[in-house]
Design a protein around this ligand. Structure first.
Ligand code: PHE
Length: 454
């Protein structure tokens, strides 16, 4: 019998705590940094509609699958599969998840470190009086440096580890319960500011008026990848969090609330950004620099810009932090339960190992920029391998596991809280996990590998 059979598992203490932690994981750089620029590059409104379809038809069932695996098994991402499918290779899905956690946090912490530098730059009023070219050069020289980006990345990793070390109730839940409402307040403020700029209507039309003529196959598949990354799916984050959800909580309701929160925040990020982008005649397809170059340019031209720049970069850092703790927890839970380390040791060890990988990601914009593997610098290699390969493959195997291995009876038992809840939609869920989701995910996966070009 293992340790964890004797010591009671740390659990989330309340409904709101569960939502805050899971929505905290989902809402991150993916929503505020990535979603606006990906939508901007892929035609706005039409991309948004496809994205919403994917959230509903694929995101919801995958998320429910992850929660039910974790809660049923009461284990970490790898241990869950070992417990539910003993003696079979299914545990490799969990192994892939842990590997993905290492890779994702190594590049995520690099970008998160940039957000800390930009909080500092906002505080010291560094954007004032600079034009777009100067802001561009400023961003470029910062990320290609050595010590400064590394310093902020390490600060971010220490913050992440510090919260994770404190545990589920006293760490993750305690902090996300405060940080998530703060995030909502900040994003509402930014939306109001953006919408009250003269000429904001054009940006709103770009985001909400679908024009399907501009929609490419790339955009459709990009929308699915974005849905996965944004909802934190495919790598066992939500299996791990699911294992901390008590048996009496309604899983499907949680899934709907978390996905709705994630989607609403992504749309609000679009509302905060596009009207301002259009009001200042900037190209919405600017790319990854959209929030680090374009927004400072806008902020330093609008009334209250100093304040709103500060709010924006704090928002970005908070969103990144509540996501990064969920990624680190995947590794820590595994170290604690399978390798029998104390939580403290497990957290330090995981954070140090990830930071080492992270150093290479950060340096790949500077001194290591000409070191490439498969034609990619280290940062891009980590991002590509995790987001385009491991997450879709993990998601695919997770729905297949629930649809075909666990099967309808055991899944219904778990999702209905041992038959206590009525689940009218259950046949739809089974149909989605058995057929629709695997098919759609397989398509993205094949595309991610470059085996298919539509
Ligand atoms: N969902 C997070 C975001 O949008 C990123 C993430 C991916 C977190 C995978 C956990 C697991 O930024």
């Amino acid at each position: 019998m293992s340790n964890s059979d004797f010591t009671p598992r740390d659990n989330f203490g309340s409904r709101f705590g569960i939502i805050a932690a899971a929505a905290g994981s989902a809402v991150g750089l993916g929503n505020i940094w990535k979603f606006p620029y990906v939508a901007g590059q892929n035609g706005g409104g039409a991309f948004l509609i496809i994205y919403l379809l994917f959230i509903i038809a694929i995101g919801l069932p995958v998320m429910l699958s992850e929660f039910s695996i974790g809660r049923r098994a009461q284990r970490n991402a790898i241990g869950s599969f070992k417990k539910l499918a003993p003696g079979s290779p299914w545990y490799l899905v969990g192994v892939m998840g842990v590997v993905a956690a290492f890779l994702i946090l190594s590049f995520y912490s690099a970008v998160a470190g940039w957000t800390l530098e930009y909080i500092f730059k906002s505080l010291t009023n560094t954007f004032a009086g600079k034009d777009e070219l100067e802001l561009n050069a400023m961003f470029g020289s910062f990320i290609s440096g050595t010590w400064r980006p590394l310093f902020w990345q390490m600060i971010f990793m220490i913050l992440t580890a510090w919260i994770v070390m404190a545990g589920i109730k006293k760490g993750i839940e305690k902090y996300t319960k405060v940080l998530m409402p703060l995030l909502v307040v900040m994003i509402v403020m930014l939306c109001v500011r953006s919408l009250t700029l003269p000429g904001s209507g054009e940006g709103m039309a770009f985001l909400f008026k679908p024009d399907f003529r501009g929609l490419s196959a790339d955009a459709v598949l990009g929308a699915l990848g974005q849905a996965f990354f944004s909802l934190s799916l495919g790598m066992g984050t939500l299996i791990t969090y699911g294992s901390y959800i008590g048996r009496n909580y309604n899983l499907s309701q949680t899934v709907v609330q978390v996905s709705a929160a994630d989607t609403i925040i992504a749309i609000m990020a679009g509302i905060a950004i596009f009207p301002a982008v259009f009001a200042f005649g900037i190209d919405p397809a600017e790319g990854p620099g959209l929030v680090f170059i374009t927004l400072p340019n806008i902020f330093q031209q609008i009334p209250g810009g100093y304040f709103f720049a500060l709010v924006f970069f704090i928002l970005l850092a908070v969103a990144a932090l509540t996501s990064s703790i969920s990624v680190l927890e995947v590794v820590v839970a595994w170290f604690v339960e399978e390798l029998r380390l104390t939580r403290r040791k497990a957290t330090v060890l995981a954070a140090v190992m990830i930071s080492v990988l992270g150093v290479f990601c950060t340096l790949s914009f500077g001194v290591m920029s000409d070191v490439t593997i498969f034609g990619m610098v280290f940062f891009d290699l980590m991002d590509f391998t995790a987001s385009n390969l491991l997450l879709p493959l993990g998601g695919l195997l997770i729905v297949l596991f629930v649809g075909w291995y666990l099967g309808a009876d055991r899944s219904r038992h778990e999702i209905s809280n041992q038959g206590k809840l009525r689940l009218g939609y259950f046949p739809v869920f089974m149909f989605l996990v058995k057929f629709i989701a695997p098919f759609a995910i397989a398509l993205v996966f094949i595309y991610g590998l470059g085996l298919l070009r539509l």
